[in-house]
Design a protein around this ligand. Structure first.
Ligand SMILES: [Zn+2]
Length: 500
């Protein structure tokens, strides 16, 4: 049956997808073979070529619609109409004539998640630094730390092809988990070829991506001046599926030049702000100089002074908090309450998969439990005033629309708002870990995980359909990623020991 056409229409009769589901010529069509062929053909990308195209109308029908837009509201049973790459209507019962229908009964329909800081080039090194902290601060238990092992170690050996496969695989993995937008913090610009590979990997993953042009390390590198070429060649318009951000790390000599280039090119400037990197005095100086602006994306913001926080808030800067990573790796306590008290826009990033999952259910649960733990402790201490408890709906805002604001994409994504591009996920609310559904935001934040991500759409194009990622041979990509991983381990002279 074709859920995209009518729930009762045999696939072969569906006017749009009959072609997709037809078994290859010459193959006998027993039920099992036809089903297998259908799956193969869907994976071969026929379906995404149709959805998202100009004039193609799709009606997501009868879902629990959580728009994340107060002006649009929520619907216990609602519809979302898409035309081409855009959302054109959200409502209780939309008449859409000949639009293809996606039956969303039992599904929560909401905007895709937005990750505002993810080092995708490290995907092949997943979990390799699970026990590490962020930097060697001189204490005896610091044998394993991210800065030395990853940035000064593994990352030095990447070839452009390693960058590409890591970017692509990491992007697809997050797409599969419903993260439709990422800012990729690619600190891997050793050469122009590395930069090109990073952009290509982002592009081939087919989701909304922000190319974060962070540092490179090799002699003769193009960074940071290469930003001018890259902006011109790849990002001359800010209307594409990929856009650009300038990295401006203040722990690197010459950061002033990076900031100047970012502003010359009208790009947001993103940087890690971490007390354990010894950044507090430099950040304070910058605050005093009055150089912060609404174009700044400050990542982590652990251990900064009240004056610096005030300067960041007054400037309208955005804060990106990777809560599990900050707690796990000794960045300092995640300053969730501080940012909220100052009324700042706060988004969630996954950061590094060498140490923690890039799954957004993990991010939302870490955020809300940490915020509530602090507020509850204050209440229990007998204090008369304590912060309001974060709601699940608010956690979802931080995982969606606030990220869009930080990346200057809120006019295009982050909510189910007519006129915005259709970055939409369908989450299975009838799954064994969720049913029965009693509270939509609560189910998403407190119960769900990536297995509940049923369907994913980016700019109207279906990228995951009924549990299956489309358009890529993931097994082949995994083997390529493993080969890249083996090469990097060997070059870095690190033994691949699963229990070390
Ligand atoms: Zn980072």
């Amino acid at each position: 049956m074709c859920n995209l056409c009518r729930p009762t229409t045999p696939l072969s009769l569906c006017p749009t997808f009959g072609q997709i589901f037809r078994a290859p010529a010459g193959e006998t069509s027993s039920g099992a073979q036809a089903a297998a062929a259908a799956r193969t053909n869907v994976t071969a990308a026929s379906m995404p070529q149709l959805s998202g195209q100009k004039g193609v109308r799709i009606l997501i029908k009868g879902g629990v619609v959580m728009s994340v837009d107060p002006d649009v509201g929520n619907f216990a049973k609602g519809d979302v109409l898409i035309e081409g790459d855009r959302i054109v209507a959200v409502g209780a019962n939309i008449e859409a004539g000949d639009a293809h229908v996606i039956d969303a009964a039992g599904k929560i329909v909401m905007p895709g998640f937005i990750d505002t800081h993810h080092h995708q080039f490290e995907t092949g090194l997943r979990s390799s630094l699970s026990d590490a902290i962020v930097v060697n601060d001189g204490r005896p238990e610091n044998a394993l730390n991210y800065y030395e092992a990853m940035l000064l170690g593994f990352s030095q050996h990447y070839r452009p092809e390693d960058v590409y496969i890591n970017e692509l695989y990491g992007g697809l993995a997050q797409l599969d988990a419903g993260v439709t937008t990422v800012m990729d913090v690619s600190q891997i610009h050793h050469s122009a070829d590395h930069s090109e590979a990073a952009i290509e990997g982002l592009r081939d993953a087919g989701r909304r991506g922000v190319f974060g042009y962070f540092e490179g390390w090799w002699e003769g590198k193009e960074h940071p001046g290469g930003a001018r070429r890259i902006r011109k060649e790849h990002f001359s318009s800010d209307d594409g599926l990929l856009t650009m951000v300038m990295g401006g790390e203040i722990y690197i000599e010459g950061y002033e030049e990076m900031w100047a280039i970012g502003r010359e090119l009208d790009l947001p400037i993103a940087l890690h702000v971490v007390t354990t990197f010894g950044m507090t005095p430099t950040f304070d100086e910058l605050a005093k100089k009055g150089v912060f602006g609404p174009d700044n994306i400050f990542i982590h913001m652990t251990g900064m002074t009240d004056d610096a926080w005030k300067a960041a808030a007054d400037a309208g800067a955005h804060v990106s908090l990777s809560v599990p990573i900050e707690m796990h790796m000794r960045h300092g306590a995640p300053p969730v309450q501080k940012a909220l008290d100052l009324g700042m826009s706060v988004s969630l990033p996954s950061d590094v998969e060498c140490t923690m999952s890039a799954d957004f259910f993990t991010q939302m649960r870490a955020l809300i439990t940490l915020q509530r733990m602090h507020a509850n402790e204050t209440a229990l201490s007998g204090a008369e005033e304590f912060p309001p408890l974060m709601s699940c709906a608010q956690a979802i805002r931080h995982a969606t629309i606030e990220g869009a604001k930080g990346l200057r994409l809120d006019h295009r994504t982050g909510s189910l708002t007519p006129g915005k591009e259709a970055d939409i996920i369908l989450l299975d609310a009838e799954a064994i870990n969720v049913a029965p559904l009693n509270h939509a935001p609560g189910a998403v934040v407190t119960l769900m995980d990536r297995t509940n991500v049923d369907t994913v759409m980016v700019a109207g194009k279906i990228r995951k359909w009924r549990g299956q990622l489309l358009g890529h041979d993931v097994d082949k990509l995994r083997r390529e990623l493993e080969q890249s991983r083996d090469y990097i381990f060997e070059k870095a002279d690190v033994q691949h020991d699963l229990f070390a």
